[in-house]
Design a protein around this ligand. Structure first.
Ligand code: ASP
Length: 292
């Protein structure tokens, strides 16, 4: 039984397979490969893109999806997460997709070895399907040639599971990763760190902008996000006519993370990421439910 807790659960060959399958699913009408499969989603945190993307991906491949709303489930009556999970597994789903604020939840559930567990976001630790769809988007944009490309991750890096998973995967793929953030948002890391966006603008092929994760801050880290935006918002004045691919996992805080104008700029691929997310998740479901 194979799980997806983070991308290191996949071998290099499996990652290559995922990129290949996602590309195929994007270019041709996908067959209903998962017609007899049933997935359960268990989201303890809010989600717009990831939950619907998994559902669309599953349905495009013919699978059925059941959503459990934890705010109305027995975890509210005192049942442990492990018991809730075991009860769901007793109904014999083919996989459970889980999002939780605790970094360890997907690993704990995967270790129970009852059904394949797919991590749809855990605390600030990992968001592997986002990392893989970002990889797919970059591979597509650079025609397969991402080794040696330089990406700057800009924003609330310390709180971001997208950054954690992304950094691990991008380094593994041979990319150079630079971190750009004010002190409050900078993690402890051996990667090159910058306070000023201007210092990296001439060296990067990709910018990944990140939202300030207010829900994960114990204290207010910034009094005024306009101040933050003046230094870190990705604007046309900052980008000039440089050929830089601009990514963001969403939700975008307009004019704090990325300006209105840049969101409409062809270099900004936020909606391509969302589109590619469905194809990458189809590939992931195929791998975990059929091939593995
Ligand atoms: N949607 C991403 C996540 O779930 C990024 C974010 O929320 O800022 O981590």
């Amino acid at each position: 039984m194979q799980h997806l807790v983070d991308t290191d659960n996949f071998s290099d060959a499996q990652i290559a397979q995922l990129l290949h399958d996602a590309k195929n699913f994007k270019s041709q009408h996908p067959p209903k490969l998962l017609r007899d499969k049933l997935l359960v989603t268990l989201f303890f945190e809010a989600s717009t893109r990831t939950r619907s993307s998994f559902e669309v991906a599953a349905k495009r491949l013919g699978a059925s999806v059941v959503h459990l709303d934890p705010s109305r489930s027995s975890t509210k009556k005192g049942e442990t997460l492990e018991d809730t999970f075991a009860n769901l597994c007793a109904m014999e789903p083919d996989g459970i997709i889980v999002r939780h604020s605790d970094n360890k939840t997907p690993k704990i559930l995967a270790n129970m070895q009852m059904t394949p567990v797919i991590n749809a976001g855990a605390g600030n630790y990992a968001h592997p399907t986002q990392a893989l769809l970002d990889l797919f988007t970059m591979v597509e944009y650079f025609n397969g040639d991402i080794k040696g490309k330089t990406i700057a991750i800009v924003g609330d890096i310390v709180s971001s599971r997208v950054a954690s998973s992304g950094i691990r995967l991008m380094r593994r793929m041979g990319m150079n990763v630079l971190l750009v953030a004010p002190e409050q948002f900078m993690p402890t890391s051996d990667l090159p760190q910058y306070k000023n966006l201007e210092d990296v603008m001439d060296r990067v092929d990709v910018i990944m902008s990140l939202r300030a994760q207010l829900e994960r801050h114990e204290t207010e880290l910034f009094e005024d996000y306009d101040d933050y935006a003046r230094q870190y918002c990705i604007t046309k004045e900052r980008m000039k006519d440089r050929d830089i691919l601009l990514l963001h996992p969403g939700p975008v805080m307009r004019n704090i993370d990325i300006s209105d104008e840049m969101l409409d700029d062809p270099r900004c691929k936020v909606l391509t990421q969302v589109k590619n997310g469905v194809f990458m998740r189809m590939a992931i479901l195929k791998l975990l439910l059929l091939d593995a």
